[in-house]
Design a protein around this ligand. Sequence first.
Ligand code: GYE
Length: 376
Amino acid sequence: MLPLWSAPVFSFRCCFELLQKNKKVQVSRMRRKQGRNKGTGMKFAALFFSVLLTAALSGCGRKSLTGLESEEAAEEEGRIAVAFSEVGAESDWRVANSESMRATFTEENGYEFYFEDAKGKQENQIAALRNYILQGVDYIVLDPVVETGWDEVLQEAKDAEIPVIVVDRMVDVEDETLYTAWVGSDFKKEGDTAVEWLEQYLEEQGRASEKISILHVMGTLDASAQLGRTAGLEDGVAEHDNWEIVDQVLGEFTQAKAYEVVSEVLERTQDIDVIYCENDDSAFGAIQALEEAGITYGTDGDVILISFDSTEAGLTACMEGKINLNVECNPMHGPRVEKIILQLEAGETPEKEYYVEETCFTPEMLTEELIASRGY
Ligand code: GYE
């Protein structure tokens, strides 16, 4: 029997060996990818190493190998393994985003799709990525909850030669080669759009030189969508002497949190002309708080409401005049990510950054048909 002190040494060795073996699996996978359908020899090699890997994992006390086994099956059938780390399920936008990915990366379309909901926590995303690296998937797709803190795990993916496609929010890394491509929205531009609209709207209302008090409901701090939309507003306020941000509160992109923080503000002050909500769900939270406080809002009310995302519910509220402006942010990223993967599969180099074209909506532009045609 091994002495007790040897346990950590043993498990370290075991994991080290596992990593070495896993590397071999990946190498054999890659060779096979380069020469798909080039005979069965490589398949046997991959299978052989996968058996070794399975044994090593059992030795390390791993509970489930379902992912690995199904991935082997996928490989046998020539499917591409795509592993997605999603931020969470905090908003309607997010749900539509996850759905778009699921609907794209189906078995019928030739994919083996792995999905992890990080529940808004970066550490969960890092753990998911490490797991995907161990599994030796073909592509990792990351929607990062925040921008910073990714260098180490992305380096690990790069060392394992697994391309990482970043989607929606961005990563802020020292070395840009740590990810292959990014696709998403121009969040600063979205903020600028809102500011331009507000400027014009106040002008039309004859309020261009009036003092304007703005309550700013921010999304998740350090998320690209928060950083860009906040920068747009702050730049706009800096350019208008008569605009003032009376409070900046954290709505976390959720209705519940926004309701809580806006309610607190309204207890302190009701001298608010504009509420700038960084997504539709937080606009709904603000609406709930305003209604409870008996304050009118929207096209016929006292408070101008600005929102982002343009989800079905958000646009419906806009069409009804509850939200004055809704800036579009398109969550249907599945086909865009697939395009990048297909380019890589074809040996092409995708664009490093791809910005989605977007617009904005005011009540008079909207009809039920238009909203229904958008699909989210
Ligand atoms: O605006 C919000 C979601 O990153 C663009 O995240 C996304 C944002 C979106 O929770 O609703």
